[in-house]
Design a protein around this ligand. Sequence first.
Ligand SMILES: Cc1cc2nc3c(=O)[nH]c(=O)nc-3n(C[C@H](O)[C@H](O)[C@H](O)COP(=O)(O)OP(=O)(O)OC[C@H]3O[C@@H](n4cnc5c(N)ncnc54)[C@H](O)[C@@H]3O)c2cc1C
Length: 226
Amino acid sequence: MKVTLLSYTKDAERLCAAAARSCYSKKGASKLLEEIDEEKAGKAISDITGMGHHSVIEHASYTFSIEGVSRALTHQLVRHRIASFSQQSQRYVPLKDASFVTPPSIAEDQELRAEFEELMARSWDCYRRLSEKVPAEDARYALPNACTTNITVTMNARELWHFFSLRCCNRTQWELREVADEMLRQVKRTSPRIFSEAGPGCVRGPCPEGKMTCGKPRRHELKNLK
Ligand SMILES: Cc1cc2nc3c(=O)[nH]c(=O)nc-3n(C[C@H](O)[C@H](O)[C@H](O)COP(=O)(O)OP(=O)(O)OC[C@H]3O[C@@H](n4cnc5c(N)ncnc54)[C@H](O)[C@@H]3O)c2cc1C
């Protein structure tokens, strides 16, 4: 798995703060942007988002390349409708060589791992045979959920906050949680003030999962991501 922050809004924190202040000032955001430094920007962002005025951080956007993950992961990822996606096509990209993700729970059991790898090998044998006779769009039906893929994702900071609330939670499936944690690590480096409190509910207070709580708050771990 490889997660790369490809591009993001330049000066995101000052920009969002200037936009926020423009709601309450006679001056326009162009003037306010010139006047605001990073420290003031941080305070403005936490004041205004603390009041529930979250739309101001929609002005900052972040694009990631997520590579070598399973289709099981991307199927969950694309449920996030406020994001934009571009995914490697199984119609136009031939996948002749077997490439798949093995979950750790299977990898650590020798017998299960052997059975799983045998099934992967058979899936790809079938895929290659089908590819010689039918269009790729049909041959791909033989490929498993574990098949690797690449996807490019763009989210604004508000959607990322929502995404991290759900997907950095211990209740989320392990592979997607690893990707979400890595995305959080990378945006915290570029926009530490916008994302200082981002993560699952247990970063900000008591776990909101009620009876479903895992009982292992991630506050310390995620607040200190480097
Ligand atoms: C632990 C876990 C288990 C899950 N299990 C399942 C499962 O078994 N089956 C399954 O199908 N899904 C499952 N999901 C996926 C889940 O139902 C959501 O589809 C997914 O998390 C995307 O969340 P979202 O809709 O809030 O996010 P986004 O699509 O990113 O939307 C962000 C927010 O925008 C608003 N919004 C977006 N679109 C609309 C709309 N059309 N109408 C009104 N408001 C909108 C909502 O406030 C929403 O929260 C699971 C998710 C998690 C985290």
